[in-house]
Design a protein. Structure first.
Length: 238
């Protein structure tokens, strides 16, 4: 419920023009969502109802809230363009969540998780990067496209080294320079690194599949691995 509460708080903050607070609430929702999932797995407290509530919280906190923030920040952009981008992002997030339940994948996420996508859109809109609305629009549409793609992104629960240690390293600059700018920059770097990681893994997987296909084709052409069956003539009746 903390994720949902943060999402609603982010929407209200964005609507009233408190964009820094909206960004804070969305990033807090990202942390809350990760902790909630880890605790549920550790305590073996997962349930169908919990999964449905989690999806509803995700579409609000990482779909609607970042989209509202994006629309309210770039008021100078053409209204049809900016509202279409916001709508496209929410629909992409909803599709991503539906596919997550309908098409399970072992060890990976099919498409960029909405948690990462929503946090990245919030950073695009309210981060200290000074993006113009055309560049922000391109990045927002690209993020939505990654969510509906079938690029396999790794699940952090199976990552080594320990993700907690990696988070501690990422938290160090925030502790030393506790400002929203530092938080936004660190979060953006983490999200971008995760996206690049997933894309590189996809390229490696395609190269491995291509090499395996070439090896199989070579083996087939040269008869490697295929033993000829011995022909045993049947006995003729005397």
């Amino acid at each position: 419920m903390l994720t949902l509460s943060c999402g609603l708080a982010a929407i209200e903050s964005a609507r009233t023009g408190h964009w820094d607070w909206a960004l804070r609430f969305i990033l807090l929702a990202t942390i809350a969502d990760g902790i909630d999932g880890a605790l549920a797995r550790q305590l073996d407290a997962t349930s169908d109802m919990g999964e449905q509530l989690d999806s509803l919280a995700d579409i609000v906190a990482f779909g609607a809230a970042p989209a509202v923030l994006f629309v309210t920040v770039f008021t100078s952009a053409p209204t049809p363009v900016i509202y279409s981008v916001g709508l496209f992002f929410v629909l992409a997030g909803a599709y991503r969540l539906a596919r997550f339940h309908a098409v399970p994948a072992d060890g990976v996420f099919l498409g960029l998780p909405i948690t990462a996508g929503g946090a990245l859109l919030a950073l695009i809109a309210a981060g200290p990067f000074g993006l113009n609305y055309w560049l922000a629009t391109i990045l927002a549409v690209s993020t939505a496209a990654l969510m509906v793609s079938r690029v396999p992104f790794p699940k952090m629960s199976g990552v080594k080294p320990n993700p907690i240690g990696m988070m501690a390293v990422g938290a160090l600059p925030i502790v030393m320079w506790p400002t929203i700018e530092t938080l936004a920059i660190v979060a953006a770097l983490i999200m971008l690194a995760y996206i690049v990681w997933g894309l590189v893994r996809r390229i490696d997987m395609e190269e491995d599949a291509s090499i395996m296909a070439e090896e199989e084709e070579y083996d087939w052409a040269n008869g490697i691995g295929f033993e000829e069956e011995e022909y045993e003539p049947s006995q003729q009746p005397r």
